[in-house]
Ligand binder design. Structure first.
Ligand code: ZN
Length: 131
């Protein structure tokens, strides 16, 4: 009797698990995914179009080496506003970043002695973003 119950339970599970789904890439093989540029709007599309045109960092988000960064030749920090928060890894072995605000027209010296200056670039207009 116990064997019969087990077998019928096994049949119920097997029946329930027999439902399958049909997935085949060959059915829609002639259709491609849409281009991300066609699907994007606003700031995302602005960034994708800039990257397509060859500008890999349109919003100045990549980090870079500060170089000599003396008072006469400070490290130029690009920004799209008149101020920007700048992080300086003062020494190669440091595990922290020293953050400071940098304003246009006021070069600033980090605690480690390196100088930074802000260079303002025009920001894309909010209502002129590509659609
Ligand atoms: Zn520093």
């Amino acid at each position: 009797m116990a064997g019969v119950v087990a077998r019928s339970l096994n049949m119920a599970v097997r029946t329930a698990s027999r439902r399958g789904i049909h997935v085949s890439a060959a059915v829609r093989g002639d259709h491609d995914m849409t281009d991300p540029i066609e699907h994007a709007t606003g700031v995302e599309k602005y960034e994708l179009l800039a990257k397509q045109a060859g500008n890999d960092d349109p919003f100045f988000l990549k980090s870079y080496s500060r170089g000599a960064a003396t008072k006469e030749e400070p490290c130029i920090v690009n920004a799209m506003d008149t101020f920007r928060l700048v992080g300086c890894v003062c020494h190669e072995d440091d595990t922290i970043i020293k953050w400071m605000w940098l304003c246009e027209g006021a070069p600033k010296r980090c605690a480690c002695g390196y100088w930074f200056s802000l260079k303002v670039h025009p920001a894309p207009e909010k209502f002129a973003m590509p659609l």
